[in-house]
Design a binder for this molecule. Structure first.
Ligand SMILES: Cc1cc2nc3c(=O)[nH]c(=O)nc-3n(C[C@H](O)[C@H](O)[C@H](O)COP(=O)(O)OP(=O)(O)OC[C@H]3O[C@@H](n4cnc5c(N)ncnc54)[C@H](O)[C@@H]3O)c2cc1C
Ligand code: SF4
Ligand code: SF4
Length: 1008
């Protein structure tokens, strides 16, 4: 340890725990030297094709990953090319700081948390470079996302095998860094088995490709020019691994080779088995060492990956249900005898979390009763018969051993995807347990040979008892890796202490079974401290030699794997510090307050999915691929800056305002984020307090007040429409001149209704109430009229009750105080009128869903039960329609038999708070109507967002991701439909095509 530079930012942060500075005999804290003047960074920035940031916001955004750690880097860069990376490394060398290579930032062990310069390759360095179908290989840049790569490869019948739970947003470079693997690791192994060659830039700036070498080639590398770092690297490994004593030390003290998931230290044990050192071994290949080296040895700029054929077509999951965790551990050994492709475990704690999660609850379709544990056992077969036979044989064996009580076989790619989604959501869902106690990462990644699992878990439970802890158990049981996450509160210094002691005891336990402390998540800073104990001091010194031969100045991601700081340093929360408390307008009690609602974000990065992967969260990230436009980024900024002093109030922070500005309040995160971080609600609450300190901008005021202004404007409707369509009007109020502002209808719906038109048919029918939202009333009364006529024709007595506007315009602009008053008024006006028998039906999803989503959290405590009752009976038109169909109250005979194709774009808030399922069902109710839903996420308009001049471009970019191309491609005979008013305007502006509200198409489908 001595004699090497300290890589922590103790000095910068003034928190050096060991008072290393001054009296230190041998530690030199390089961060003393890392006070780099801004001009120097400016010079570097000018040299880069990519980006460089030194501002506080970007440094906060990149100060965490999915681990419990946090450290602010000096700067953030996003290189576009290998040449950029070279320049960044040269700069770091010159200024004696470090670089932290970063991809998706989903590491769980703090691998991408550090004090130097973060180098994020995910935004630009993500190209597919060269593909050879016949030889099954592909060259890619490190920022390629594996699930996207596999979509690209699928038509060629090939895939990249290792598949993390994060495969839809992590990057191949990050997977290589951590030697990741996934649920099929039993057959596909980890990245190490699939990396063929790697192009790197070494710490001294030299560019070196590492690939397979014969004995002779290896020898000649070692005999190369002594001044080359590459030569020294080869000689170093030769010197370590050719010594028989060292060989014995490694073989004796590295984990049991039967533990296929072993990610501890550097993989010198794997290199030892290469043919250079072991007769009959594979060719020597340093790429295998780079796999799992966590960016501490070299910077990867290109990777050549091995590809494998797609699995056979008949895939099925036997979802075995058990009455105890122990039974599932024994059953795993039976399952392994049947040669499955994967066996994954889920315990009852995680399974129960999925009940409360909007998205995951839909994926519990196969769960029978209340199992204590589930095993998901996958078989991929060439025929259906083979699959059924395998499933039956497995069930028979398990039943014979009296293990398990239900064994449903799930088939069909969509249903299988849903089961895996349920399983992989587990980690994020844990963050949903309200309060400060979490399933913390650290102990979660151990692996032992599967046959030891029952004994090992029994020992682990004793260990937990010693500390009075409980844990969850899930994941890759087939390979002996179970993610257990003891529930701890890092805000409590006592728990931090327990964590440390537990980790120490756990290390001893894993060593007893010759297992690996890290199976797949890597050492990072959470396990680095225990590597000397796990591998033995001699082996530890070998890997330190490796590190400092490759990286003599500790430039590359210091503090990971070797010479790590204590595991309890640089935690994301400050132990002992109180949780900030704020008075809020929304009710946040279900998450124990506003701040804890932010802290639910655990950094898992699900909000970094792209449009290629699908889903809605997070539209602005999809269009930009910028970390500050992820839900995670917004949560990180809120959490950090709200805790910082400054401003008239804690909310008076322009930096937060600017970052939240590009959250378009689509609410997708509320449903799709496994932790249900509800950024739209957090943003609205923040904005109200920010405006309290800074005043409300004119345009926001105008948009919020629209429903009231429009009432006046209707008096002079033609003039108002003419004025609104002028460039001057739009420009002076900050609206995009490219947009056509929605014109006012000739007649409001309420006026038409008051005139008593066309309602006689339904007078004797069942009473229903229509919510005459402000968008329908003033701008699209024709849709409202059709809704009433349609319902009347179907035999309902439709009434528009006395009510206020929905409050959506106020909510979207963060004027929560007024929205709260509106919600209170509406609940009071409608509480005695609306019931299951007499529901409130809405046309515009964003308006009616305010009753379901926001009102119950907005009104005061005494009104909450009434608001909740109202929420249950506030239905979108299609929900009501299908409810009545299911009761047999609506007949197909009422509708045409004409053949039509319908193309649906669902509203993003509908997707988050309700579902598009009933819309699809309603639109396919006419005998010969067929409906396709565009996998479009958010349209990009998001209320007023897309109308605002500064947001126009981003709004169109979002629309262009999936929605516009799908609409443009549709044949002219296809009925385009979108329930959201903003969506319809966006479709018109982006494609020139008209989409109608589903109600309109249903009205037109009525038999004449
Ligand atoms: C919810 C959840 C589930 C997970 N499930 C799994 C799982 O099933 N299996 C599994 O193995 N892991 C899993 N992980 C861990 C994590 O997702 C994986 O390790 C993933 O491969 C990391 O990829 P990333 O792109 O996010 O990399 P990052 O976290 O950004 O980086 C990973 C490492 O690679 C290094 N690195 C990145 N780019 C380069 C480069 N160009 N050159 C050199 N070094 C580089 C970094 O310095 C770092 O050390 C999970 C994490 C979460 C949050
Ligand atoms: S916001 Fe949700 S999805 Fe995004 S990182 Fe945080 S927890 Fe994960
Ligand atoms: S509300 Fe939508 S835009 Fe805002 S963070 Fe959530 S997913 Fe992203």
């Amino acid at each position: 340890m001595w004699g090497l530079p300290c890589h922590f930012s103790y000095v910068v942060n003034n928190c050096c725990p060991n008072e290393f500075i001054g009296d230190q005999k041998s530690y030199i804290c390089i961060n003393i030297l890392a006070m780099i003047p801004a001009e120097k960074f400016e010079l570097l920035k000018n040299q880069l094709e990519g980006d460089l940031y030194t501002d506080n916001v970007q440094r906060i955004l990149y100060s965490t990953d999915a681990s419990s750690y946090k450290e602010k880097p000096l700067a953030v860069t996003r290189p576009k090319t290998a040449a950029d990376v070279e320049k960044i490394l040269a700069f770091a060398r010159e200024h004696k700081t470090s670089v932290i290579p970063r991809a998706g930032g989903t590491s769980l062990a703090g691998q991408v948390v550090g004090s130097g310069i973060v180098v994020d390759i995910s935004k630009y360095m993500n190209r597919i470079l060269e593909f050879n179908k016949d030889e099954h290989w592909i060259w890619v840049e490190p920022g390629v996302i594996p699930a996207e790569l596999n979509k690209w490869l699928a038509p060629h019948g090939l895939q990249f095998g290792p598949e993390t739970s994060t495969a839809n947003r992590c990057c191949v470079g990050g997977m290589l860094g951590n030697n990741s693997c996934g649920l099929h690791s039993i057959i596909y192994g980890s990245v190490r088995e699939h990396v063929l060659e790697v192009d790197t830039i070494l710490a001294d700036g030299s560019k070196v490709t590492f690939g397979p070498l014969t004995k002779e080639e290896f020898r000649s590398k070692c005999e190369g020019d002594d001044s080359l770092l590459e030569t020294r690297i080869y000689r170093n490994i030769r010197d370590i691994l050719s010594d028989p004593e060292n060989q014995k030390e490694i073989r004796d003290n590295f984990p049991d080779p039967r533990v296929t998931r072993r990610n501890m230290g550097y993989a010198i044990d794997v290199l030892l088995e290469s043919e250079v050192f072991t007769e009959g071994g594979e060719p020597f290949n340093f790429s295998k060492l780079l796999a799992g080296s966590e960016g501490t040895l070299a910077f990867t700029t290109r990777i050549k990956l091995n590809l494998i054929p797609l699995p056979p077509p008949h895939v099925g999951l036997v979802c075995a249900h058990f009455g105890s965790l122990e039974d599932s551990l024994h059953a795993n050994l039976i399952a392994l005898k049947h040669n499955p492709g994967a066996v994954e475990l889920m315990d009852d704690i995680i399974l129960n979390c999925t009940k409360e999660n909007i998205e995951q609850n839909k994926n519990r379709f196969f769960v029978e009763g209340e199992p204590k544990a589930l095993l998901m056992i996958e078989f991929a077969c060439t025929t259906e018969e083979e699959l059924n036979a395998k499933a039956a044989a497995l069930e028979a064996d398990m039943r014979a051993a009296r293990l398990g009580y239900a064994f449903p076989l799930v088939t069909g790619s969509d249903r299988i995807k849903r089961v895996w989604a349920l399983r992989t959501a587990g980690l994020g869902l844990l963050a949903n347990i309200p309060g400060d106690t979490r399933g913390v990462p650290g102990a979660e990644d151990t692996a032992v040979a599967p046959e030891f699992l029952p004994a090992y878990i029994a020992d682990f439970k004793v260990l937990l008892q010693k500390y009075g802890l409980s844990s969850v158990y899930y994941a890759h049981i087939a390979t002996g890796e179970i993610h257990f996450r003891p529930l701890l509160n890092f805000k409590d210094p006592g728990d931090v202490n327990i964590f440390r002691n537990l980790m120490q005891d756990l290390a001893a336990l894993v060593k007893k079974y010759k297992g690996s402390l890290s199976g797949e998540h890597g050492d990072g800073r959470v396990r680095g401290e225990f590597i000397p104990f796990m591998l033995g001091e001699k082996n530890y010194q070998f890997i330190r030699q490796v590190k400092y031969t490759w990286d003599p100045d500790n430039l590359m991601n210091p503090g990971k794997i070797v010479d790590s700081p204590p595991i309890t340093e640089f935690l994301r929360v400050v132990p002992g510090a109180p949780t900030p408390k704020f008075d809020t307008l929304f009710d946040f009690t279900s998450n124990m307050g506003f701040f804890r609602s932010i802290e639910k974000c655990n950094g898992s990065g699900d909000c970094r999915k792209s449009e290629i992967i699908g889903g809605t969260m997070c539209p602005t990230y999809m269009a930009s691929r910028d970390e500050d436009k992820t839900t995670r980024g917004r949560a990180n900024i809120l959490r950090e800056l709200l805790s910082e002093p400054g401003g008239k109030t804690p909310f008076d922070k322009k930096e937060i305002y600017e970052v939240l500005d590009l959250c378009i309040s689509c609410k997708a995160c509320k449903a799709e984020c496994p932790s249900n971080v509800d950024m739209a609600k957090l943003k609205a609450e923040f904005l109200q307090h920010y405006y309290d300190a800074n005043g409300i901008p004119l345009r926001s005021r105008l948009i919020a007040y629209l429903p009231r202004l429009e009432r006046l404007a209707m008096i002079v409707q033609p003039i108002a429409n003419a004025v609104m369509s002028t460039r001057l009007f739009k420009k002076s109020l900050g609206f995009a001149t490219e947009r056509k502002l929605p014109p006012l209808s000739n007649l409001t719906l309420s006026k038409w209704y008051k005139n008593g038109a066309a309602l006689s048919d339904g007078k004797k029918g069942k009473r229903v109430y229509l919510f005459n939202d402000e968008f329908t009333n003033f701008h699209e009364s024709d849709i409202g009229i059709k809704a009433i006529l349609l319902l009347t024709k179907l035999g309902y007595d439709v009434r528009i009750p006395v009510h206020k506007e929905s409050g959506r315009t106020w909510l979207s602009k963060g004027l929560v105080r007024t929205a709260r008053q509106i919600a209170t008024d509406n609940v009071n006006l409608l509480r005695n009128l609306i019931s299951e028998d007499t529901p409130l039906i809405g046309i515009e999803p964003s308006a009616i869903l305010a009753f379901r989503d926001e009102y119950p959290d907005l009104v005061e405590d005494s009104l909450r039960p009434a608001a909740r009752d109202l929420a249950k009976n506030a239905l979108m038109f299609d929900e009501f329609f299908m409810r009545e169909v299911n009761k047999g109250n609506i007949s197909k005979e009422t509708f045409t038999r004409e053949k039509k194709e319908v193309l649906l774009h669902g509203h993003c808030q509908q997707k988050a708070v309700a579902s598009t399922l009933t819309t699809k069902q309603m639109l396919s109710f006419p005998e010969n109507y067929s409906v396709k839903e565009i996998p479009s996420g958010c349209c990009g308009m998001a209320g007023s967002f897309g109308y605002e001049a500064e947001h126009y471009e981003l709004s169109m970019k979002i629309g262009n991701l999936v929605l516009f191309p799908a609409v443009r491609e549709a044949a002219s005979s296809v009925l385009l439909t979108a329930p959201g008013t903003s969506c319809r305007h966006q479709i018109k502006d982006g494609t020139g095509k008209e989409a109608k509200h589903p109600v309109e198409w249903m009205y037109e489908a009525l038999k004449s």
